[in-house]
Design a protein around this ligand. Structure first.
Ligand SMILES: [Zn+2]
Length: 249
């Protein structure tokens, strides 16, 4: 064997190796896509990045990705809510001006199990609220208080106004101006107890432990969560806001 044919042989081997690797990648990648997108895929929906969000399914590393897609697609958002038994009657989009209005508007009156006094809000706020109720509020109530939550009490979602700060009125528009937030003041429990942030947040006991737990847990599902520990404007409610810069106080 000459030096020249030896080099040619090495080149040939390298090329065939490259070809095999590329073919394998295409087969595995394409096969993976085919397995995930097949209607009878063995991958459970809540583990499947191509699957739609199910509000009541166990939370997996894929859930945040599915949630992002549902938040960006009104039809998918409404379908996820109705599959979870959330009562959110469709309403026409509200357009007031460039600062105020509600996209994906509806009338919310029931979450996955808890009721809520009928309120006009957006699909995205409702979706985050339902996820919080199912994955944080109800499990915490059962674990800490030995009962479930029968109703959430709110003081509004949509409000065409500017932001309020401890120093007075701010120049920016509030997330309430687009119903991207909801204010929760308390809860009614299955055993008849009624909790409010104003009276139970700072009173030592299981009720306070529960309220602190669900306040922290809201940060899993909302980007901005402000409560009694933030400032006096929030002494009596959780401000739960969908879009934002990731701020939990
Ligand atoms: Zn608020």
């Amino acid at each position: 064997m000459t030096k020249r044919t030896g080099r040619r042989r090495i080149l040939y081997l390298a090329a065939s190796l490259l070809f095999t690797v590329v073919t394998l990648l295409i087969v595995i990648g394409g096969g993976g896509w085919w397995v995930l997108s097949h209607p009878q895929t063995p991958v459970p929906p809540h583990w499947n990045p191509l699957g739609d969000l199910t509000v009541t399914a166990p939370v997996t590393p894929v859930t945040a990705y599915q949630l992002r897609r549902a938040l960006g697609d009104e039809a998918q958002c409404r379908a996820a809510l109705s599959a979870a038994g959330v009562v959110f009657e469709p309403m026409d989009e509200l357009v007031v001006d460039q600062n105020c209005g509600i996209a994906g508007r509806g009338l919310l009156s029931g979450l996955t199990t808890a009721r809520i006094e009928a309120i006009e809000t957006s699909c995205t706020t409702t979706l985050r609220l339902a996820l919080w109720e199912h994955h944080v509020v109800q499990p915490a109530a059962r674990e800490i208080l030995g009962t479930d939550v029968r109703a959430l009490r709110h003081v509004g979602s949509y409000n065409c106004r500017r932001m309020r700060t401890a120093q007075g009125q701010d120049s920016g528009w509030s997330s309430h101006a687009t119903a991207d937030a909801i204010d929760i003041i308390g809860l009614q429990l299955g055993d008849g107890r009624s909790l409010t942030l104003l009276t139970d947040w700072d009173t030592p006991g299981p009720e306070a432990v529960f309220l602190h737990r669900i306040g922290r847990g809201a940060c899993d599902w909302f980007r901005v969560v402000l409560g009694p520990d933030y400032n006096r404007l929030h002494a009596d409610h959780f401000h739960l806001q969908g879009p934002g810069w990731g701020f939990c106080r």
